[in-house]
Design a protein around this ligand. Structure first.
Ligand code: GLC
Ligand code: CA
Length: 543
């Protein structure tokens, strides 16, 4: 039974874009996140690498994205998927070398794609030469670059590791050292000027090689309470991030000076940008990291962390538009990344989760700002079941198996539906994480031939987004009516509505214009209206 939809405007706020120059590509760029280890294996060792990624750049150009962000490519201790870095100005031999990175950047530029690297300033690897020196000699200069405390019965305070257990471990000589993540990731002491100076060198090293900026890991960290006081509350993974209960470990005011310093370095290089990972519950605090003299963007994780619920999605969109609009920054929309279960699975799995993921793709690709697409989401990959014995994520191991961990969203990409899935060349070693046998059904080669596939939908949506400035860079107003969420994007030349039915009944949406794109073939259009089934979205022009 179809119900007629009356659009009710709940709130609106224009995007603040002072002095926006066309050169500010990052304001509306579609950024594709490459999990390097899982993208494409060039040399047959079962591990994705730079040569493999380079060979697949034409795919990304064909897909229609503007930039890629590559998860850490640095020599690493291997304790946390590359987020434990041993050398910030080198490439892990698993992935190639600096010349491969330079070749990647120049090939990408030829295809009109920009390359953004990951940088991890909150902590290093315990294999980093500084930490090794500090272990060997408590009085050396390098020891001041970490947080050590003298031997004692109890750790210096009540801080917890995000991966489980206390945030302090002991050195072989009985001292304590701080690690807010795994013990193999000692936190750097940003009150030591040598740390900041070394990161300046790292940024310039890669910017000199032509990269277009950085995704900044744990950008809400770095500085800790100077007195290392106890946190007021115990660590609880709140829905949207950390809050006052963790006030001593995160979001210290001094950190904003680091982003001003990094911004001024980036400003020396044309067209570069910084996007920060800022996991704070208060979105207005998150947006402060993207004030005009700080990072260009900080991720909005609201939709990534929202259930399939109209009010949650409407609030996720509106609150991000408001918070980032207030500082003049574009919103960076995230529906998937290497830390969360795949969206198809989060949204209910199977046909239901897939339909919802298709609809959600139209939503984020219509919104003003910069959407981040996680590799494999354009194929509709579900969360893979990874056998416990193959799991590598420290979250799984440190929680004694109580938390599933993130391996299931990091499984290699299926490229072909012929022999194997084409992640590695023929006759190669097993992939570093097992690829489910039935994943040939998601392969790029198969979806390319299928006009109704998820990949085809993404490609069409990206092409339309590029052709219609109302999508991605317009003024947007958000409204809900029952379980229907509407985003009206008003550009200079046209208005496009994205209408998303999150309810359980088909709704009739008035449509004076035409259907630009539908997330499902079940959407029916007749004179003056569109019948929109549950879990579908459409883009409608008002011509
Ligand atoms: C960020 C990364 C995550 C990593 C953590 C520690 O949250 O996205 O993958 O484990 O930082 O570096
Ligand atoms: Ca390889």
């Amino acid at each position: 039974m179809a119900t007629r939809l009356a659009t009710v405007r709940t709130s609106s706020r224009p995007q603040v874009t002072p002095g926006q120059a066309p050169a500010e590509w990052w304001r509306s760029a579609v950024v594709y996140q490459v999990y390097l280890r899982s993208f494409a294996d060039g040399n047959g060792d079962g591990i994705g690498d730079l040569a493999g990624l380079r060979s697949r750049l034409p795919y990304l150009s064909w897909l229609g994205v503007d930039a890629l962000w590559i998860n850490p490519h640095y020599p690493s201790g291997g304790a946390d998927g590359g987020y434990d870095i041993v050398d910030y100005r080198a490439v892990d031999p698993d992935y190639g070398d600096v010349a491969d990175l330079e070749a990647l950047v120049s090939d990408a530029r030829r295809l009109g794609l920009r390359v953004v690297l990951d940088v991890v300033p909150n902590h290093s690897s315990d294999q980093h030469p500084w930490f090794r020196a500090a272990l060997a000699d408590p009085d050396c200069a390098e020891a001041g670059r970490y947080h050590f405390a003298p031997p004692s019965e109890e750790p210096p305070n009540n801080w917890q590791s995000l991966f489980g257990g206390p945030a302090w471990s002991r050195t072989p000589d009985g001292r304590w050292y701080l690690h807010l993540f795994a013990p193999a990731q000692p936190d750097l002491n940003w009150r030591d000027p040598a740390v900041a100076e070394d990161f300046d060198r790292t940024l310039r090293f890669w910017l000199d090689r032509g990269v277009s900026g950085f995704r900044v890991d744990v950008a809400y960290g770095l500085f800790k309470d100077a007195g290392l006081r106890d946190n007021p509350g115990s660590y609880s993974p709140t829905l949207f991030g950390h809050g006052p209960e963790q006030a001593m470990t995160w979001n210290q005011p001094e950190v904003h000076d680091v982003w001003r310093r990094w911004r001024s370095i980036c400003d020396e290089y044309p067209d570069t940008m910084l996007v920060g990972e800022v996991c704070l519950a208060d979105l207005e605090q998150v947006a402060l990291y993207s004030r005009p003299d700080e990072m260009h963007q900080s991720f909005s994780f609201r939709l990534l962390k929202s259930p399939w619920d109209t009010a949650a999605f409407a609030d996720g969109v509106q609150s991000a538009l408001d918070a980032f609009g207030a500082v003049g920054a574009p919103v960076s929309w995230v529906l998937g990344n290497h830390d969360k279960d795949r969206q198809v699975t989060r949204f209910g799995g199977g046909a239901l989760g897939t339909a919802r993921a298709r609809a959600a793709a139209l939503l984020v690709l219509s919104l003003p700002g910069s959407p981040y697409l996680y590799a494999g989401d354009e194929l509709g990959l579900p969360q893979a079941v990874v056998p416990d014995e193959a799991k590598l994520d420290p979250i799984f191991h440190r929680s004694g198996g109580a938390r599933a961990g993130r391996d299931g969203c990091r499984v290699p990409m299926p490229w072909n539906d012929t022999d194997g899935v084409g992640f590695s060349p023929d006759g190669a070693a097993d992939p570093w994480l097992p690829i489910p046998a039935e994943w040939d059904r998601y392969a790029v080669s198969r979806q390319t031939r299928d006009g109704a596939s998820m990949l085809t939908l993404y490609r069409r949506a990206l092409a339309l987004r590029a052709a219609h400035p109302a999508l991605g860079s317009a003024e947007a107003t958000v409204s809900t009516s029952g379980d229907v969420l509407t985003v009206r994007c008003t550009g200079a030349d046209e208005t496009v509505r994205c209408v998303l039915n999150m309810g359980t009944e088909t709704v009739l949406v008035p449509n004076p214009g035409s259907v630009l794109l539908a997330s499902s073939t079940h959407v029916r259009s007749s004179a003056g209206s569109v019948a929109l089934p549950p879990d579908t979205a459409v883009w409608l022009t008002e011509d």
